[in-house]
Design a protein around this ligand. Structure first.
Ligand code: UDP
Ligand code: MG
Length: 140
C-alpha cells in the first residue's frame, strides 16, 4: 500500500469539480485517507513548490495556487503515486490522454485542476505539508 498527496487546484474548486474529481479517484480503487479545504498564502505556495524555484513559471504558479481555496487529500492504494499520475494525465491538458482528469477539466498548462506527488520522496514531503500525524493515524 502506498500513499500520495493530491490537491484539487483553485480552478477545480472554483468550478465545483471537487466531487467529480474525487469520484474518478475512488472509481479507480483509491481510498481517501485524509481531506481538507484550505487557502494557501503566497509564501506557503512558494514553499510547497520550492523544487520549481528556478523555473520561469514559479511566480505565476504560486500566485495562482494562492488565488483561492484548494482541496488537499491523501489517497491510498497499490502503486497510488503512479496510479494517480496516470489518472491525472500530462501536465498540459492539451497533451493529456482521453479520459484523464486534466484532459476532462484542465484549462491550460498552469490551471490543470489537479496535483499529485511525483515520487515516494515527494509524497513523503508533501503529505506532512498538509496533514499531521494525528490526522493520518486517526483515519485508519
Ligand atoms: N506549470 C506551469 N507551466 C509549465 C509547467 C508547469 O504553469 O510550463 C505548473 C502546472 O500547474 C504544473 C505545476 O506547475 O502542474 C508543477 O509543474 P510540474 O512540471 O511538476 O508538473 P506536474 O507534476 O504537476 O504534472
Ligand atoms: Mg510535479
Amino acid at each position: 500500500m502506498e500513499r500520495t498527496l493530491v490537491m484539487i487546484k483553485p480552478d477545480g474548486v472554483e468550478r465545483n469539480l471537487v466531487g467529480k474529481v474525487i469520484s474518478i479517484f475512488e472509481e479507480n480503487g483509491l481510498k481517501v485517507v485524509a481531506l481538507k479545504k484550505v487557502r494557501l498564502s503566497k509564501k506557503q505556495a512558494e514553499a510547497f513548490y520550492i523544487v520549481h524555484k528556478e523555473r520561469p513559471f514559479y511566480d505565476s504558479l504560486t500566485t495562482y495556487m494562492s488565488s483561492g481555496p484548494i482541496v488537499a487529500m491523501v489517497l491510498e492504494g497499490e502503486n497510488a503515486i503512479k496510479k494517480v499520475r496516470e489518472i491525472m494525465g500530462a501536465t498540459d491538458p492539451a497533451e493529456a490522454k482521453e479520459g484523464t482528469i486534466r484532459k476532462l477539466f484542465g484549462i491550460d498548462k498552469e490551471k490543470n485542476t489537479v496535483h499529485g506527488s511525483d515520487s515516494p520522496e515527494s509524497a513523503a514531503k508533501e503529505i506532512p505539508f498538509f496533514f499531521s500525524e494525528f490526522e493520518l493515524i486517526a483515519a485508519e
